[in-house]
Design a protein around this ligand. Structure first.
Ligand code: MRU
Length: 364
């Protein structure tokens, strides 16, 4: 049975060529194109234009970006960190990675900084992959319990999981966060089926999650963003499982726009709503997600235009709104802790409460 293989990585350091390589996610699912990132500016562009995206991957890319900057000029630690910090505002992993590098490199002599930064970036990549695998193990136990409970109630032998956006291996060092338990469940032979939200405006569900799940043979169905509530009302969703870009010290969860509406529908229908995240996604400095998390606003043409391929396989971008329409494009929303059933981390599953977050902190 196929599942996440070792080559299912979206960013890696090629030891033979000493180059940073990424899969350009803006071309998926139509083309799998590998891009070499050689300069700090390219790393910044890749994050801004979402060739790499997803909270953990943004942080890892930034770490390699610092290495690239120091390779060019060993005296640019501060300016490189400043430039990278401005690329995307919401995912806290970016700042987590940059602070770790800045602290780790400040006492290293400039001539050795580039190599030290490379080592740190590689460590972060490996640690994230390991953390996501552990999230998968804890999440698998949860999915197993949910399936057992469903069958004890006389339900069918199939667990329906709804996910939003892409929190798979494309968004992390490996495995993914929300998708890791699904991959592990599939690998363990659990009959798991995934409802994949398309996730407008950039369609990370339709173009990335559906592609990832197909690569591993995980049964899934693509749905429009507004279908989740209907499915929950009809008992077609057993659990919601999403990722996070920033989780506060009180358990509020910021994730891709539309996550909050899924959490509301889940609450109204007594569907458990779990969030999977590595601890690098927790911002212990803030408590109130609505007040304190900066929400990214992106270009309006992401809403007015949609990319896709035609029958001959040619890529196009078409307009779907009248020219001149006033548009807003918020990238993320905040799900209050009270709507979250639990946080699946590499340290275990914790309640989304101030005490739950303190318990996580005690592990770090
Ligand atoms: O705008 P994106 O594609 O970077 O947003 C990604 C998400 O919202 C993910 O759910 C989140 O980063 C968790 S990824 C493991």
């Amino acid at each position: 049975m196929s599942s996440v293989r070792d080559d299912m990585r979206t960013l890696w350091y090629d030891d033979a060529t000493r180059q940073l390589k990424i899969i350009d996610q803006t071309r998926l699912p139509h083309q799998r194109q590998i891009v070499v990132i050689e300069m700090l500016e390219q790393a910044c562009d890749a994050i801004v234009h979402m060739q790499v995206r997803g909270a953990p991957l943004i942080g890892i890319t930034a770490a390699f970006g610092v290495h690239l900057a120091l390779k060019q000029d060993p005296d640019t630690l501060d300016s490189a960190c400043e430039m990278l910090a401005k690329t995307r505002p919401t995912a806290v992993n970016l700042h987590w990675a940059l602070s770790r590098l800045a602290e780790g490199l400040v006492s290293v002599p400039p001539a050795q900084r580039a190599e030290a930064a490379l080592e740190m970036a590689r460590t972060m990549l490996a640690e994230d992959a390991a953390a996501c695998s552990e999230i998968g193990d804890f999440g698998l136990a949860l999915l197993r319990d949910l399936l057992d409970a469903k069958q004890a109630r006389g339900g069918e032998n199939r667990l329906n999981v709804l996910t939003h956006c892409n929190a798979g291996w494309l968004a992390t060092g490996a495995w993914g966060t929300a998708l890791a338990p699904i991959y592990k469940a599939h690998q363990a032979g659990l009959p798991v089926h995934v409802w994949v939200d398309e996730t407008r405006p950039r369609n990370q569900g339709a173009s990335l999650t559906a592609w990832e799940l197909a690569q591993s043979g995980v049964p899934h169905t693509l749905i429009v963003d507004n279908a989740g509530g209907h499915l929950m009302q009809h008992g077609q969703v057993d659990v919601c499982l999403v990722g996070s870009d920033r989780t506060t010290a009180h358990g509020d969860v910021c994730n891709k726009i539309g996550t909050y509406l899924k959490a509301l529908a889940a609450y109204d229908n007594q569907v458990p709503f779990y969030v999977a995240l590595p601890t690098s996604t927790i911002d212990f400095a803030i408590e109130d997600g609505l007040r304190d998390i900066p929400i990214e606003e992106r270009a309006t043409d992401e809403v007015s235009h949609v990319p896709g391929i035609d029958g001959a396989g040619a890529l196009h971008r078409v307009a779907i709104a009248p020219p001149g329409t006033h548009i807003s494009n918020f990238g993320f929303d905040v799900t209050p802790a009270r709507l979250v059933s639990g946080l699946i981390t590499e340290k275990g599953i914790f309640p989304a409460t101030a005490q739950g977050l303190l318990d996580i902190k005690a592990w770090l």
